[in-house]
Design a protein around this ligand. Structure first.
Ligand SMILES: [Zn+2]
Ligand SMILES: [Zn+2]
Length: 329
């Protein structure tokens, strides 16, 4: 098998040939069909997150076919199409797992972070954390971005609140382009904020149904009920607070953000709130995949051969990708 391996933060990934691994009890070995590139992968490669395991194969938006099942019994069979998301394992016994908040598990293992992920031709995953995909195999590259961009976007949308009609989205990348479509399908209005003067991304947002698109330094025509921030830029927190109405909520959807600058209390006052979203639960995944079946989303992708993972990461870092980057072995 081959894999793109991170040996240390800030180094390019290196293509490595490895022996094909055997799945352990309760595990599956998948042949990877596609793996999308998430901003979290960039934070890992750039050393913005602590690196608990090195070397590591990044990638946690994996679509693959079951090649072999480990002992211990699983519902999956050889040939099944499955997805592997970021949440790769939870303890099932800490206070958070017991409350049904497994996304906050005290001792989780994340795919492509604690265990090798999908920037590879093959991957081992825990069957209990894989997601059955009732979709055609030929769509693998279009399904992959649903598994983190879509899922985290969905959890962020839920965190924004039920009654939200006018939703702002800051940072219009892979997650935003999916959550915008989901929000519009639910009857909400989307206001897209991009880097100032990024007219191409603003046009992209409008093409997906945003009622307004502008720079993050601009004011929308009316106050918003809530805003989601996907860009890892702390300055956007006060910027988003400035455009939400009284009682409005600002949701930070990323795993990492630059420092949030000091801002006047009046931006938070009047019961505005700032919350973050961390990881996902399997229930989120089930719910979102069912939604995506019922409301087909246009998934915009740029595909790269696996060996060009570094180019995909560079394009993502530079904001050159409309939609999601996807690696295809
Ligand atoms: Zn991700
Ligand atoms: Zn736990």
């Amino acid at each position: 098998m081959c894999a793109m391996v991170l040996n240390a933060a800030l180094l390019p990934l290196e293509l490595e040939q490895r022996n094909i691994p055997k799945p352990g009890p309760g595990e599956l070995r998948l042949r990877v069909l596609a793996c999308a590139v998430c901003r979290t992968d960039l934070h890992i490669v750039d050393g913005e997150l602590p690196l608990p395991v090195l070397p590591i194969v990044p990638g946690h938006e994996i679509v693959g076919v079951v090649e072999e099942t480990g002992s211990g019994g699983t519902d999956y069979r050889v040939g099944d199409l499955v997805g592997v998301p970021w949440l790769g394992h939870t303890c099932d016994c800490c206070a958070f797992c017991a409350e049904g908040r497994e996304n906050l598990c005290d001792t989780p293992r994340f795919t492509g972070y604690h265990r090798d992920g999908g920037f590879a031709s093959h991957v081992i995953a825990e069957a209990a954390f894989c997601l059955p995909l009732a979709m055609p195999e030929a769509d693998a590259a279009r399904i992959a971005p649903l598994l983190c961009a879509g899922l985290i976007g969905w959890r962020s949308l839920k965190a924004a609140g039920e009654g939200v009609r006018r939703l702002g989205i800051f940072g219009f990348g892979a997650a935003a382009h999916l959550v915008a479509q989901a929000a519009i399908a639910q009857g909400r209005e989307v206001f897209a904020f991009t880097r100032p003067a990024d007219l191409a991304t603003q046009a992209f947002a409008r093409s997906l149904g945003a009622v307004w698109a502008g720079g993050s330094n601009e004011r929308p025509p009316e106050p918003l009920d809530a805003a989601i921030i996907f860009a890892p830029v702390g300055e956007l927190v006060p910027a988003a607070l400035r455009v939400v109405r009284k009682g409005g909520r600002v949701v930070c959807g990323g795993i990492h953000m630059s420092d949030i600058p000091a801002f006047p209390y009046r931006l938070l006052w009047e019961e505005r709130s700032v919350v973050s979203v961390a990881n996902l639960t399997r229930a989120d995944a089930k719910e979102f995949l069912a939604f995506a079946q019922a409301h087909p989303l246009q998934v915009h992708t740029r595909t790269y051969p696996l060996a060009q993972a570094n180019e995909a990461l560079a394009d993502l870092r530079a904001g050159r990708i409309e939609g999601a980057a996807v690696l295809v072995p």
